[in-house]
Design a protein. Sequence first.
Lengths: 483, 330
Amino acid sequence: MLFNSLDFAIFLPIVFFLYWFVAQKNLKLQNALIVLASYVFYGWWDWRFLSLIIFSTVIDYLVGQKLRSEEKQSKRKVLLWTSILVNLGFLGFFKYYNFFIENFVDAFSLFGIHINANSLNIILPVGISFYTFQTLSYTIDVYKKKLDPTKNFIAFSAFVCFFPQLVAGPIERATNLLPQFYKKRTFEYNKAVDGMRQILWGLFKKVVIADNCAEFANQIFNNSADMNGSSLVLGAIFFTFQIYGDFSGYSDIAIGTSRLFGFDLKQNFATPYFSRDIAEFWRRWHISLSTWFRDYLYIPLGGSRGGSWMKVRNTFAIFLVSGFWHGANWTFIIWGALNAIYFLPLLLTNNNRKNLGVVAEGKLLPTFREIIAMLTTFLLTVFAWIFFRAENLSHAFNYIDGIFSESILSIPLFDNRINAINTLCLISIFLLIEWFGRSDKFAIEKVILKFSQTKRVFIYVLLLFTILIFLKSKSPDFIYFQF
Amino acid sequence: MKKFLLKTSLIILIPFIIALSLDIFISNILKETKLFPVENEVWNDIYSSKADAELIIIGSSRAWVHFDTEIIDKNLSTKSYNLGVDGSNILQQYIRYKEFISFNHFPKKVILAVDIYSFSNEKFPDIKYYPYVLGNFRVLNHLSSLNIDEIDEIIFYVPLIRYFNLNFLIRLFSNEKRALFRNKNYDKAFMFLDQYINLNREGNFRSKGYRGMNVNWKTRDVKKFTSPIDSSKVSLMKKFITEMKNENIEIIMIYPPEFKEGQSLCQNRNKIISEFEKISKEFDLRLYNYSDSLISERKEFFYNNQHLNKRGAEIFTKDVTDLIKQNSKP
């Protein structure tokens, strides 16, 4: 079920009503309702893959129970690896099987050895990378004794399949989300209003920014061989805002929806395109995944504690795995490697934690130096996104080759340029709002409270109207669904 | 909770009510004014059951400017109505037919005027349907049974958003009128618009669905092109024919005249025509192809490559009705 669909517009009020009016007095019933609603939400896409979620839930619940009573380290390790192998096994099969088979065959054919191994027609279950990482965090934290394993199976199931963040995150840690299922939730007006506001802003990002940018990004990337350099630059910029609007929009809707049900999820984006260096960008982009990799991969590998070689190795490891997490394609791996290359100079010169706060905090405008730093980071990111969006490596290299040609100075040539100009205007307005709300959890969280109630209602209605105007029946899927 | 529900409902309801009111207002204006792309006259006839006829003509603009219903009535001693939809493919024509039979009797005969755009892809519903789609779940049901990709379902549910479509606003005013504005010839432009709207409000825009275009040849620089053959549209045409046959409707397939010199512009024209030939054979239909007719060679009968002018349409209708009469079943 898509957040920006009519199905969800009907589903959400029904679940909200049942949750607060029917199941309000009974915590178990509330949790059971969340599990049921989440299974309906997921099954709406393909009910067959519900079995995978249920299987992962049962395995990790049982592993957690065993870890509670098991003190022997070797047996605890076996239990941990059982969970890791089962979860990553599913992920590996559904997401990476064909990639490995094809590359395996290609690699051998280089040496003249022809292997007969057929790739399979595998459907990638929506959100598998997200809920796999979420359940893994539970088992690892229980193994490390950072978290007591839960005895409450319904609460654990609800934690694994919580519908607002099931298919595209934020990837929640068991330490943050699971305890919220133990406590009685009472309706909080301010929290719910805040949630609605965040949903509205998320829909704006998805429908108005991302979907409009998608039209041009798709047109330009799909016909890149026929485009001149300036069109290709614009195409990359459109994709940069498409992916941000799309993914951060989804996160906003997920967080906002959770707040309607009394839950607090982690912030997943913090105005990443205002970052002054790439290290800051990665603290602000897909925060739940970055911190997951930091805590469960980077730090166990030694983090930045060792010598230069270890720093380089660990940095590459985290970025390459992060790239590969996004998809079974060399383009994602190169995208990860490119970000590692951007990041390394900062790490090796100990400048990676230079920009921890918000840019130009307490000021209206940034300094000239900050503008240059933000622009440089932005352009580096735009360049890296080309690999992320390209179909394959030769597409990406041809695209870049097309950019660095004489035609970069010519007038962009693609269809519907008037709408493209309108979209650029919308992006400018969007960036302006983001700038004023850059210190908050989402752009309009507090900025809007400065206005009187009448003006606020007017702004909400205006946002709603804008969303409706740009709403399409065949809205492109959220990009991160494929991961 | 009460406060939350009340405020949320208000914030959702206020724009909804405003949008719905504006939608009704705009739709009613568009239903009354007979601005060209909206084709209200035919829609209004269909919905008020005034389009009832024994013979109907289905097709695109190459149906409604080519088949003179007065001549058909006279020559075939019947009652006809031209349901041609401007710039349409078979999907749009099918939907108009479904709406027609929902409010009028089944016809006995159908002339299916086919052309190079019959199997093309176009977003549906397009602007010609706009005043009539909100809440029209009958059309939505027809569409959902077809499994066709390019359907814009949301405009059936959400008021107003379809009128923010830039193409709608642009197409409302044709090139000529826009050129007057562009050349800052405002007096003439506004006079023209005023006359246009009023003329069409008062005058007889399409007589029983037909309008003879009394205009001279307009030279247009048309480049060579390929018209899509969407397999789902081919299947739809077969489904359409099957449905009509099930109602014992006699179907005559006609490929109306096209100016000879312009025929080569569509590079896959022969392939499209061969699709019509295959369908006509499969369903045992008569197919009259006017591509090589004498009319197609006479430039003075056309106002562009695809369309006959009024004089040409009259000659063509006379000819085609004679042909139908000669070959009609005893």
